[in-house]
Design a protein around this ligand. Sequence first.
Ligand code: G3P
Ligand code: MG
Length: 248
Amino acid sequence: MAFWPYPFWFAHRGAGQQAPENTLAAFRVGAAHGFNAFECDVKLSADGVPYLLHDDTLDRTTTGRGAAQAWSWSDLSQLDAGGWLDSAFAGEPPASLAAVAAFCVGTGSALNLELKPCPGQERLTGRSVARWLRRCWPANALPALLSSFEVPALEAARDEAPESPRALLLDQLSEAWLRQALDLDCTAVVVHHPLLSEAFIDQAHAADLKVLSYTVNDATVALRLKSWQVDGLITDAVDRLSATNFTF
Ligand code: G3P
Ligand code: MG
């Protein structure tokens, strides 16, 4: 059986609609809503520090401008990654992976790290984050689950730290998904929810793969996926769909 110690509900980008996505403030808000598992997006600064950011550019979610991959961590860490959402969050800095790991380990929370490489850095990002986890993640903590749409990033992570659990993200279904997930020695696939069917989940389970789904913000959809035996859901709706106020 696949190793699967993770909670059912994951807060997306921290709790990235109630608070600035991919910041520690978002993790704190998710935890305040009862979440003990978090998805977030990780990439590398120009000097190789893993930190959280969704986009290739800084403009939407920080006071920085232009391509994220051109910025060193010392410059990134001075940016405001909170004020764009609400002045109440002004001054919230971008989160390093080290800070997020400390939060998750300290609160006993699970972490799904989506490898979100800057263009051309797929293998470097997978290798670097996997190496970081091997060196810095406590052996007695729940292992971080690495996921990505980028097969080369997952390949590099597998080659660097095969013990880190991996999941293949799918935003479309090709014939190749099962072969790819098995070749990457994945524990799970993480699927855009409109693509899912009971037959897909059965097929994944028959291959000893868990199935997560994103981004599920609607109770009706959540109940349908649960009735099909989905193994976990990633949600923005931390105030409505949570471990504490939505039980099956
Ligand atoms: O990991 C699931 C989900 O986060 C993938 O999409 O664009 O929100 O990172 P995105
Ligand atoms: Mg993501």
